[in-house]
Design a protein around this ligand. Sequence first.
Ligand SMILES: [Zn+2]
Ligand SMILES: [Zn+2]
Length: 386
Amino acid sequence: MSKMVKAAVLVEPGRIELQEFRMPELGKGAAIAKMVMSGVCGTDKHSYKGESVQNKGTKNEIRVPYPIIQGHENVLIIAEIDREGSLNLDYDGNILKPGDRVTMCPDVVCGKCWYCKNIPTYPWCEKMQFTYGNMRSCNEGNHLYGGFSEYIYIEPGTRLYKIPDGLPDKVAVLTEVICVAWTLDKAKEFNSFSLEGFNFNDTVVIQGVGPLGLAHVIKARMMGAGKIIVTDISDYRLKLAKEFGADIALNSKTTTEEERIELVMQETNGRGADLAVECVGSPSIVPEGLRMLRKAGMYLEPGNFVDTGGVTLNIHEICAKNLRIIGMCNHAHNAYLPCMEMMERSLDWFPWDKFVSHSYPLAQTEEAIKKSMAEDSMKVVVAANM
Ligand SMILES: [Zn+2]
Ligand SMILES: [Zn+2]
């Protein structure tokens, strides 16, 4: 194994440098993994732009600690692992060994706080240890805590998941974003009440079809959505969303808010959509989404993961329509394996190979992040062996 490791470091907002780090010594219960592919997430774009406040208003409110190696949507191959790590690091109980291909949950929780004890499947930890690619600076500890690097250091307590052999890297790298569409499983829980939440054949509006929105299109289709209506400002993304199962695509640049709401009404016998999902990451579109809903419709908010400010809402409209608004800042730990197995099962159902639109070598990480913000991209990845 080489002694020095190259990594792309976000030194400060808007500036990425390729730096070298000494390969860390393998510690007890830990592993070192070789990076195969790492997806650029919406969170990485926000941190790059300097929008760095996360979990605002909770006990684990943080500011991204620059300098940092980003990248938390990782496909990895175990390079070194000690005995304790091989027994404990896999969430599903597999014994890991060098050469195993794995993905990871980026959140490392304490396991002891009220949330860890009472809602253990959600990383809502109040004493969050750290998040790979997002919450630990490369000045700390074993430095290599992000996927935009040749190697990543895996600390004890991390949750790894063995990737099924039949799942290509380019699909496996989507696991975390597909997991975040667990929002729809949350909505499904409410259908035990009459026609609330997400029911079979429901009309689902997805605002924004970047990677997170596209993940919701796929998941909604898998889970029995009826009509899927998507909005975005990019024709490229709208076309792709249709290829993945959306029925109606509306460009927000060439239609007005009133026209879009009117169309949703027409498509739902004048009632409004059953479910709407905010996947733009901008508060300004929330009022439109709420207006698209029927009475007792549900609005899902997974998009504004970082603090993007506020918006004025007419609260009476929420009251008058009995709306339900569900926030979702993360995804379940136990969602990884089901998502990967369903992605493998559905390899022929969706044009998965089109989801990753661009791939860059490590040395071009900054270009990758910039490309991910362009209208003509979907999931952009940083990949080894380019
Ligand atoms: Zn992500
Ligand atoms: Zn905890």
